[in-house]
Design a protein around this ligand. Sequence first.
Ligand code: MD3
Ligand code: FE
Length: 224
Amino acid sequence: MGRIRNAAIGDLLSGAAAGQATEPLGERAVMLRGFAAAEAPAIMEAVQAIVAAAPFRNMITPGGYRMSVAMTSCGRVGWITDRSGYRYSPVDPDTGLAWPPMPGLFRTLAERAAAAGGFPDFVPDSCLINRYEPGARLSLHQDKDEQDLDAPVVSVALGLPAMFLFGGAERGDRPRRIRMESGDVAVWGGPTRLAFHGIDTLADGEHSLTGRCRINLTFRKALS
Ligand code: MD3
Ligand code: FE
């Protein structure tokens, strides 16, 4: 059976019936295995177009460290960090221009995933695009720069696999290690929205979709 026919069946059936595993991660948080697999090549093409207008860059933390993860954004605002702090900005500080608009493909994927995870009203206004090369990592942190913490975060993994570190409400809570693979989508809401989390050092490898890197999209409602 061809790729197009499989995608059509995937559109008609709900996750479980389509053979996609749904794993609970916490209260109001789920992992949708393979939810974005069929769309992954189209997502990567859209990422390339965004990166042509708003290149990946390794930003500086308020503490003065250069992040090993390279980032860019699309949507009404993008997440940035520099010596003065973390925040959302309507302008890309590297180009002085508005961030590229969020592609319809991105928005509908994020909204479908949020609905499948129990958040039917989610409308993202920002998509942070992270690029991990081998050796890059993201240390444990909370996402709390958004104005609306009742909205979930939807994350989409592409390319090389990574170990997601999923901690608790306190930085010192020992994190669980959850492998994320290309096409996996996670929805983080409710009390889990403020859990500490990070990505362990990316192992070297090669992926047919992305080459020698991992790309992660996180969709947020940053503005109220
Ligand atoms: C759990 N990104 O950009 S996405 C980030 O793979 C970030 O690039 C990671 O953490 C990445 O801030 C992980 C998964 C994720 C995103 C937000 C969360 C997990 C979350 C918010 C609360 C709890
Ligand atoms: Fe985060």
